[in-house]
Design a binder for this molecule. Structure first.
Ligand code: AMP
Length: 402
């Protein structure tokens, strides 16, 4: 049997009904047609603790694990996001994320709830989005920072190039200072924000507003701060024994509140490892190292990217930032535990040996990578982040440096 679609039109577009019917639709309706012809059934009540979706986390936080996110978790996030971004029916939201990435929940549900439009981009347009943004008058941009970093590297972020944007939002990995600066210049009418959050804390749980004038001074290791938690969330920075550290000291960020998911899917042991109760609140341990300084949190890398080299404690994120500062576009630093050595994989630089020298001038000797591999393009995982696993299988021994 031939299947024909039913088309639901915005009220304002009712005049194109005839044209659509001739293209073979089974029926073309507006909302008021439906209200008069179809008895509306009130949707079943959804319990707060009912499962909204189950996502398996990206490799960036280790072995994939099922994260059950409840309706209550999502509602809390959407409320916080609306209080911050005030989406209206005039907004047009980009959709840059794959729908297996929880950041897509922002685009979809913020648009649907507030009557805004969602502009689903072809992934090919992502790396040259300017014409698309202008044609669709996109007002809210949301992507991983890598997109901004690549566009900057290509020299595409020319001043004033994205005049329609009012919000420029980034989340999912560190936002480099240079990317924030270049994006801000290209979208001068927009507010640039760096959002942070693991899947376990439902999409995003902190945000930092980029200050176009004083922003550079707030960056640490070349990255924009992650800011402050959304209202109603309760941050706690702890040491390895879950003891709170003094304000201003580095520790692991934990978060309690309505965005904290109940635990891992059918994995009580892992749940007990990563979630804990304190003073009647349930906290999730993010594995992210942070410090509270100048009124906001700064992200210093993950605890699983902290390594020991020759007995010294080293944050790989710090070396990566130094490599980027020394002139490469992207940098991933790998620790080779068997050889107790560091190697770096970089893009966008002509002279990798010179890069190592420049880094040597900034960092102590034990933090300078023993080899710097130059590649054309950084491999990305399904979520658009640098694929460390792929790099490790290619450059995981010092012999690979020869
Ligand atoms: P995922 O659960 O795949 O969203 O990955 C979450 C992890 O990505 C966090 O625990 C952080 O390590 C990292 N991440 C997310 N947003 C940021 C950010 N703005 N700055 C630095 N790291 C981030």
């Amino acid at each position: 049997m031939e299947r024909k679609p039913i088309v639901l039109l915005p009220q304002s577009d009712a005049s194109v009904r005839g044209e659509i019917v001739t293209t073979g639709a089974r029926g073309v309706y507006t909302a008021s047609d439906l209200a008069s012809t179809v008895p509306l059934v009130a949707p079943a009540a959804v319990p707060e603790d009912g499962l909204a979706y189950l996502l398996f986390t990206s490799g960036s936080t280790g072995v994939p694990k099922g994260v059950p996110v409840t309706h209550g978790n999502v509602r809390a996030f959407l409320r916080a996001a609306q209080a911050r971004y005030g989406i209206t029916p005039d907004d047009r939201l980009s959709q840059t994320f794959d729908q297996t990435f929880d950041l897509s929940v922002f685009d979809l549900f913020m648009a649907w709830e507030h009557g805004a439009r969602i502009c689903a981009m072809d992934p090919i347009e992502l790396l040259a989005p300017f014409r698309y943004l202008e044609r669709h008058e996109v007002t809210v941009w949301f992507s991983v920072p890598s997109v901004a970093a690549v566009l900057r590297r290509r020299g595409s972020l020319t001043p004033g190039r994205m005049p329609t944007l009012r919000w420029s939002l980034f989340c999912g990995e560190a936002l480099p200072q240079e990317a924030a600066e270049a994006w801000q210049a290209a979208a001068p009418g927009s507010v640039v924000e760096n959002l942070y959050g693991p899947t376990e804390l439902t999409i995003a749980c902190t945000a930092h507003r980029w200050d176009p004038v004083a922003g550079a001074a707030s960056c640490v290791h070349g990255n924009v701060p992650i800011g402050l938690p959304f209202p109603g969330l309760d941050p706690l920075v702890v040491d390895e024994r879950l003891k709170p550290v003094a304000t201003g000291e580095t520790g692991e960020l934990c978060m309690a509140g309505p965005q904290t998911v109940p635990g891992y899917w059918q994995d009580a042991a892992l749940t007990a490892e990563r979630f804990f109760e304190r003073d009647g609140r349930r906290y999730y341990r993010t594995g992210d190292m942070v410090r509270f300084q100048d009124g906001h949190y700064v992200h210093l890398g993950r605890d699983d990217q902290q390594v020991k080299v020759g007995g010294y404690r080293v944050e790989l994120g710090e070396i990566e930032a130094a490599l980027r500062r020394a002139g490469c576009a992207e940098a991933v630093c790998l620790h080779l535990p068997d050889e107790d050595a560091l190697v770096a994989v970089v893009t966008g630089v002509d002279d990798p040996a010179g890069l190592a020298d420049a880094v040597g001038a900034r960092l102590p000797a034990y933090m300078v990578p023993r080899a710097v591999h130059l590649i054309d393009q950084m491999p990305l995982n399904g979520n658009g982040k640098a694929d460390r696993q792929a790099l490790r299988s290619r450059f995981g021994t010092l012999a690979a440096a020869v």
